[in-house]
Design a protein around this ligand. Structure first.
Ligand code: FNR
Length: 363
């Protein structure tokens, strides 16, 4: 019998994944001053034991004000590298590749962690736990959010430089994969959309102006993140509002990114508008990944969103909708998701040595 496509290895640049399953980046809001701790070691270590091919660490802030909440992870200073190295070293024992998503939360920053209230309690800038949020223009995310400070050109240069410095630290930590967070209404995403970007300078206006921040970040990050290592960009492929960023904008941008040595487009959606109308369901974002794949030459795509069942995940790869599936909440419910999915697909996979005395099928 042939091996399921989901469990076939893939090599992108010098990174080989043992299967097509990535843990989607998921904020834990459990850091102090951006430092990871034992929670993250156990949380992420479980996915490594569970057989993931790639583990993408949560949105990691490139500056303190780029955090969503004060509990977010950060890599804006060298001291934050040590706990990340600890996580990488432990996880790698079980064979996954290790990735990190670097981010700036923009106008959606300065909130409580979601389990303490989140968006319903945007923290005012003059509260000791909050700070002034920034964005392309003075357009608030919703009625509970601060009106952002409109970034000046010199402040934009600082943001770009922060992404570059964070990428350099990620390389020093030993990550195999780097993702720039350009989705979900955070800073880069809010620059892309005509709904949130009302600028009239070179970073706003038409399509080329609105994508400039992302392109500048990609270019600078690539000066420190070697071409031999895969670089991914996560985008909200559609904004789920009528006058917002659309799928044809994503395809147009994807064609530019693939010529800038971006290897992977991670195809998510939404998050930039509080008026969005999402039509969800199993694999609901997979058509975006497929559209990008069909219209580009060398980009790999990552598909994400309600990939919960073995045969659904297998169909994404076997039917060439995407090259990697990113899985989020299913991993929170079951860190052994890949092992269980392999069982469902009648496929043999390694389990941690310490558990190998159990019948693999019983795991
Ligand atoms: C997320 N998501 C997310 N996305 C992202 O790009 N960066 C992040 O840091 C986070 N953080 C995060 C935290 C938690 C607790 C959840 C549940 C989700 C979105 C996530 O990566 C994924 O795209 C969605 O959850 C959809 O995939 P699933 O969960 O349907 O497999």
């Amino acid at each position: 019998t042939s091996r399921p496509q989901l469990f076939s290895p893939i090599t992108i640049k010098d990174m080989t994944m043992k299967n097509r399953i990535a843990v989607s980046p998921m904020c834990q809001y459990s850091c102090n001053d951006g430092f990871m701790n034992d929670w993250h070691l156990v949380h992420l270590g479980a996915f490594a034991k569970g057989g993931a091919g790639l583990i993408i660490l949560e949105a990691t802030a490139t500056s303190p004000e780029g955090r969503i909440s004060y509990g977010d992870s950060g890599l804006w200073k060298d001291e934050q590298m040590e706990p990340l190295k600890r996580v990488i070293d432990f996880c790698k024992i079980f064979g996954p590749r290790m990735g990190i998503q670097i981010a700036h939360a923009g106008r959606k920053a300065s909130t409580e962690p979601p389990f303490l209230g989140h968006r319903k309690q945007g923290i005012p800038f003059d509260d000791p736990k909050g700070w002034k949020v920034v964005g392309p223009s003075e357009v608030a995310w919703d009625e509970n959010s601060q009106v952002p400070h409109e970034l000046s050109i010199s402040e934009i240069k600082t943001v770009i430089n922060d992404f570059k410095n964070t990428a350099r630290r990620a390389l020093q930590c030993g990550f195999d994969f780097l993702e720039i967070h350009g989705a979900h209404g955070y800073l880069i995403s809010s620059f892309l959309s005509p709904c949130s970007n009302k600028r009239t300078d070179e970073y706003g206006g038409d399509f080329n102006g609105r994508i400039k921040l992302l392109l500048d970040i990609v270019r600078e990050v690539r000066t420190v993140w070697p071409s031999s290592k895969p670089l991914s960009v996560r985008l909200s492929c559609v904004e789920w509002v009528k006058d917002g960023w659309q799928l044809n904008d994503t395809v147009r941008l994807a064609k530019i990114l693939e010529n800038m040595d971006v290897d992977i487009l991670d195809c998510s959606s939404g998050g930039n508008s509080s008026n969005q109308h999402i039509v969800g369901g199993p694999l609901y974002q997979m058509p975006f990944a497929q559209e990008v794949k069909n219209n580009t030459n060398k980009l790999y795509t990552m598909g994400v969103g309600l990939v919960n069942k073995a045969h659904e995940a297998e169909s994404c790869i076997a039917e060439n909708k995407c090259d990697i599936v990113a899985v989020g909440r299913a991993f929170l419910r079951d860190p052994y998701w890949p092992i269980h999915v392999a069982n469902d697909l009648d496929c043999d996979v390694d389990v941690p040595l310490q558990y190998a005395f159990i019948d693999k099928r019983m795991m």
